[in-house]
Write a protein that binds this ligand. Structure first.
Ligand code: NAP
Length: 216
């Protein structure tokens, strides 16, 4: 069994996130992708974020027609800041034996990982899939991580990934990149512009019915 964990603020979820999840699932032959809306993204505590129940509901609407995709409310149930290490540990202990976990994230989030709680341990707990943006290429791991941490990982040509001392791998993948951002969607909504085709229709209707992003 191979599961992908896709954490995000998802304020709101959009076609870029969804297309990324579809391609990652195909490439890595994942059985499931679990979307995990953050209750309190630790690096966004100074930002105004839409209440969890709205963000969670939009993710549910976005994925409901695709059975391999599901949504977890674990970070809201746990309460407090949504540290990814706690989430990964939860899935490692609460899930079937032999399960392989792949944490999916964008390149910007990965480049900030050294600011995350217990990030060195997190990198050794599961596999990572880092979705890269056009024009970006990882030549040296030490460009991203502090030297002492980078030294633990070596590029394995067969795996096409950086592998570490516990066997977990960090894959960098270039996918079809849809240049869509949650910030842009919020701004368009606030300005009365259309967000047609940027988000699924169900999410667009939800935003309109609940008057989200009207007064940012
Ligand atoms: P977000 O803004 O909602 O984005 C979710 C993910 O989607 C990000 O990895 C982002 O990559 C990616 N993405 C955005 N636009 C995309 C597009 N057009 N196509 C493909 N992918 C796209 O979420 P976030 O606030 O960055 O949080 C990401 C995760 O990191 C969450 O699970 C959060 O809890 C976790 N986190 C943990 C800690 C910690 O444990 N201390 C600290 C910070 C964050 P980019 O980053 O490249 O935009």
């Amino acid at each position: 069994m191979k599961w992908g964990l896709f954490g995000g603020t998802f304020d709101p979820i959009h076609m870029g996130h969804l297309r990324c999840a579809v391609e990652v699932r195909e490439i890595f032959d994942l059985d499931r992708i679990i979307f995990i809306p953050a209750a309190q993204q630790p690096l966004k505590t100074d930002k105004k974020v839409t209440p969890f129940h709205h963000r969670e509901q939009m993710v549910k609407l976005a994925v409901e027609a695709n059975p391999p995709f599901s949504v977890s409310d674990i970070e809201n149930l746990r309460g407090g800041k949504s540290y990814s290490i706690d989430t990964v540990k939860h899935f490692l202990t609460a899930s079937p034996e032999g399960l392989e976990l792949y944490f999916i994230m964008g390149q910007d989030a990965f480049q900030d990982i050294h600011r995350w709680k217990e990030w060195e341990q997190l990198l050794l707990l599961c596999n990572f899939i880092v979705v890269t943006r056009p024009g970006y290429e990882v030549r040296k791991f030490s460009d991203i991580l502090p030297e002492y941490a980078a030294a633990q990982f070596h590029f394995d040509t067969d795996a096409g990934a950086f592998t570490g001392p516990t066997g977990g791998a960090i894959y960098f993948k270039r996918l079809t990149f849809l240049e869509i951002s949650s910030t842009d969607i919020r701004n368009r909504t606030k300005n009365g512009q259309s967000i047609l085709y940027l988000v699924p229709d169900s999410v667009r209707h939800y935003i309109s019915e609940n008057a989200l992003y009207k007064d940012l």
